[in-house]
Structure formats: structure tokens, C-alpha cells
Design a protein around this ligand. Structure first.
Ligand code: PHE
Length: 352
């Protein structure tokens, strides 16, 4: 009997070590230690053995059982670890691989790209890029920019106000950043302000939200000739070499004198006529295309920031502002401004 126990123990030990997986090991456990296992039968039959064999056989059988239990446990732990390792290797996801199918990466929106091109040009001329809040105080958007109380731009039908705060609004232009910048930085100042602005307007060439770029240059001895030169330089960089800038008299509350500025038409080279003699459709035969507004900063405006060093008797300068969408539409022949914000990739994808 003792020999048989030893046989069972050593055969079982070999089988346990050879078990290829946890499922097979579980099968072995049932076969070796289950209710119908030979060792279990031996243990159950000990009481029927002759008195002198009982002690030895009982002790050997129990030792064998304990040993097999320990072996099974150790092998199970080894197999568990190995199987986990294998699963992890198979399941590993390489997040650096392209997806399947590979998706094209996106690209910068035409409006952002156009804004950055303008920024690049102006930074090249020594200007700094400055930003300001889109939710603005009436003071910065209108009052300090010399808009009198009855000015139409202040009316509810033109401007979005915050309901609970009648003096807070969505800025209608980037010009309020002029005042904010002048308040904190003494002259001279050369800056441009890109950003979103809001007006109650919606048709093919207007959207309630659109983008402007503002320019501001203030120091000693800055004249309208500097404005002309700066606009000319900027418009050539945007619309191509050989373009010219033209100023026409206009009115803005915060500049004096004020102008609107045009660029010579880049389709008909400013002639107003196309090669076949027909009228240029881009400039409507005029030879010039309106781009934005500008002027010499009104001394009244500087009066609001005099304590920051802007003595209207000593410093002066110019400001200009233009719509980014308009420039993008002109350059790329986009007929409807609202297409920029529909987020239809078939439209946006054309402008990489
Ligand atoms: N803020 C003006 C507008 O939105 C444009 C402008 C800017 C005019 C700077 C003159 C000087 O219409």
C-alpha cells in the first residue's frame, strides 16, 4: 500500500509539472484529489485496514495529499502568470500606429489661416499680437471710442447685449482692445488684434459672428503717410505684389480723419475690365475692392488714456480694421460667408 501511495505521488507530481494550461490542471486536480480519486479512496479505506498498518498508511496518504495540493497550487500560480503574460502580449495596443483605415489629419480653418497670414505680415513690420475679451464693457466698446449716446451701433437692433447687465455686450469690433492696450502700455505702441466680433446681421456677406484684425500704431510723429505705407505693404503681402492701397474719406467716431481703404483689384489688375473687354465681376468694373476702415486716432480717444502717457499734444497715430472673412472670400472666390461656419468638410477641405 505504501508503495502504491508513493507511485501515485510521483506520477501525479510529473503530470502536474507537465500540465500545459490551467484548464488541464483543473482536470488533473479532480482526477487526483476528487471524490473518485485513488488517493481519496485509500484515505477513505484506512479505517478498514489492519490496526498496525493504519498509522503508517494514513500518515503517508495524508502527506501525499498535502504534497499534491501544494504542487497543484504552485503550478496553478505559474500557469496563471504565464497565461496573463501571453494575453497581454496578444492584446497589446500600439497607440502610435495609424488607425484602420488610416484617417486623414485635419487642417487649419481658412479663417484661422488667413488671420495668421495677416499676423505674420504685421509681426514682420514690428507689430505685436494682442488679444482682448469678446464679452466687453460698453465703456471699451463704445464710450471710450467716442461713440455718442445716440449712435446707431449702440442700438439693440445692431448689438447683442447681456440681458442682466445692460452695459455688457458682445463686442461689435476689435477696437475696444485699443483702449485696453493703451491703458496698460505707454507709447509707442504697434499692435494688431485678431479676434471674433458680433453683430445682429445675417446674409451672404454677414454673419452674427465674424473675425476682424485691428491695427494700432501710436507714437511721436506718426502721420497718415505712415498709414498709407503700412496698408500698402500689408495689402501687397496679402493680395500679391504690385497691389496698391487707396484711401477714401469716411467716418468713424474714434478716428479723425477717417477713411475706408481699398486694394487695387487683383483680377483685372485695377483696370476694371477683363481680357475680353467685359466688366470685371470682382471689383464691378471699379478697379478697387474695399477692404476695411482706418484713420488717425481721434485725440478725444487718447484723452481717455492720457494718464497712461498718451498726451494728445505729444503722440498721435493711426488705426485700421478689416474683416478676415471678407479677405478670405475675395482671395478664394467664396460666394457666401456663412459657408465658413457650416463646418461642411467638403467646403473646408478645399482650403488646406
Ligand atoms: N472698428 C471699425 C469697424 O468695425 C473699423 C475701424 C478700425 C475703423 C480702426 C477705423 C479704425 O467698422
Amino acid at each position: 500500500m505504501l508503495e502504491r501511495i508513493e507511485e501515485i505521488r510521483s506520477e501525479a507530481g510529473t503530470a502536474i509539472e507537465a500540465a500545459p494550461g490551467t484548464a488541464e490542471l483543473e482536470g488533473l486536480r479532480v482526477r487526483l484529489l476528487g471524490r473518485k480519486a485513488e488517493l481519496t479512496t485509500i484515505l477513505r479505506g484506512i479505517a478498514d485496514l489492519p490496526q498496525r498498518e493504519r498509522g503508517k498508511v494514513g500518515a503517508a496518504a495524508n502527506r501525499a495529499r498535502q504534497e499534491l495540493e501544494a504542487l497543484l497550487e504552485r503550478r496553478a500560480a505559474d500557469l496563471d502568470a504565464a497565461e496573463l503574460e501571453a494575453r497581454l502580449a496578444v492584446d497589446r495596443v500600439d497607440v502610435t500606429l495609424p488607425g484602420a483605415p488610416a484617417r486623414p489629419v485635419g487642417h487649419i480653418h481658412l479663417i484661422t489661416r488667413t488671420t495668421r497670414q495677416i499676423e505674420d505680415v504685421m509681426v514682420g513690420l514690428g507689430y505685436r499680437v494682442v488679444e482682448g475679451p469678446e464679452i466687453e464693457h460698453d465703456y471699451y466698446n463704445f464710450t471710450a471710442l467716442n461713440h455718442p449716446p445716440g449712435h446707431p451701433a449702440r442700438m439693440l437692433q445692431d448689438t447683442f447685449y447681456v440681458q442682466s447687465h445692460p452695459d455688457v455686450l458682445l463686442r461689435t469690433h476689435t477696437s475696444p482692445v485699443q483702449i485696453r492696450a493703451l491703458e496698460v502700455q505707454p507709447p509707442p505702441i504697434f499692435m494688431i488684434v485678431p479676434g471674433k466680433v458680433y453683430r445682429r446681421d445675417s446674409d451672404a456677406t454677414h454673419s452674427p459672428m465674424f473675425h476682424q484684425v485691428e491695427g494700432l500704431a501710436i507714437g511721436e510723429g506718426i502721420t497718415m503717410a505712415d498709414l498709407q505705407g503700412t496698408l500698402s505693404e500689408m495689402l501687397q503681402a496679402i493680395f500679391g505684389e504690385g497691389r496698391e492701397a487707396r484711401m477714401r474719406p469716411h467716418f468713424f467716431p474714434f478716428t479723425e480723419p477717417s477713411v475706408e481703404f481699398d486694394v487695387s483689384c487683383f483680377q483685372c489688375e485695377g483696370s476694371g475690365a477683363l481680357g475680353d473687354g467685359s466688366r470685371c465681376n470682382l471689383c464691378k468694373g471699379i478697379g478697387w475692392i474695399e477692404v476695411g476702415g482706418a484713420g488717425m486716432v481721434d485725440p478725444t480717444v487718447l484723452g481717455f488714456v492720457e494718464s497712461s502717457g498718451y498726451d494728445p499734444e505729444r503722440v498721435q497715430g493711426f488705426a485700421f480694421g478689416m474683416g478676415v472673412e471678407r479677405i478670405a472670400m475675395l482671395r478664394h472666390g467664396v460666394p457666401d460667408l456663412r459657408r465658413f461656419f457650416d463646418n461642411d468638410v467638403r467646403v473646408l477641405g478645399q482650403f488646406r
